[in-house]
Design a protein around this ligand. Structure first.
Ligand code: MD6
Ligand code: FE
Length: 215
């Protein structure tokens, strides 16, 4: 995990992306097949301790993706709103973020500060995620890093405010996305997945991890 190194003022030793869309950086195939399989094993262990759940939006509609978290903080949503919580909705602690995940964060960003939350989203064949900003964190100077596993997902990138034109690209298993700097608050979402496009997950579907510094 040491390809594409460049220098930057933002961190000691960040990696260089394969492509940039409206400031959103995409690292294609950052994880090879063996890395991806090992990561899925780590995530199975997380989900055993902190089961996937289907959160309600603040508007009372169930979210289409199932999710859980690892780390000091977990991201949750219910009638009270979107927020970070110290515990799983079932009452237990969130498991620690797997080392393999922290290694991705460090390898990509070069940052010594580790993320507080690793949100795990699971998309089944019909799941999608509407356009949103990641803005529940205290300090937008920290980037958000995401990791795609399993089936391809059609990622749509918009603007810093709602509306306007958008551009889309397919994210594949092993790709890593960074939203930082001027792109940190850009609207983005997943329109659909491409069922059966990957054999990584025996049951099919797509996993996306989002790594964030929370407070
Ligand atoms: C997804 N990704 O790929 C949804 N957020 O399933 C995100 O919402 C996201 O990819 C912040 C930074 C990168 C992302
Ligand atoms: Fe997001």
């Amino acid at each position: 995990m040491s390809k594409n190194r460049v220098n930057s003022v933002d961190s000691a030793d960040p990696a260089a992306p394969d492509l940039t869309l409206r400031g959103v950086q995409v690292f294609r195939g950052w994880l090879d097949a063996a890395d991806q399989a090992a990561l899925v094993e780590d995530l199975r262990n997380v989900a055993q301790a902190a089961p996937l759940f289907s959160p309600m939006t603040p508007y009372g509609k169930p979210m289409r993706v199932r999710m859980t978290s690892a780390g000091r903080k977990g991201w949750v949503s219910d009638r009270r709103g979107y927020r970070y919580a110290d515990r799983h909705p079932g009452g237990g602690d969130w498991p620690p973020i797997p080392k393999r995940v922290l290694d991705i964060w460090h390898g990509i960003t070069g940052l010594d500060r580790m993320p507080d939350c690793c949100l795990i989203n699971y998309y089944d064949a019909g799941a999608r995620m509407g356009l949103h900003q990641d803005r529940d964190e205290a300090d937008f100077a920290w980037p958000v890093v995401s990791v795609s596993l399993g089936d391809d997902g059609l990622f749509r990138v918009g603007n810093l405010t709602r509306g306007g034109t958008t551009e889309s690209l397919w994210l594949s298993s092993g790709d890593v996305v960074v939203m930082g700097g001027a792109a940190r608050l850009i609207y983005h979402g997943i329109d659909r997945i491409r069922p059966g496009s990957s054999t990584l997950l025996p049951q099919g579907g797509r996993i996306n991890l989002t790594l964030r510094v929370v407070d």
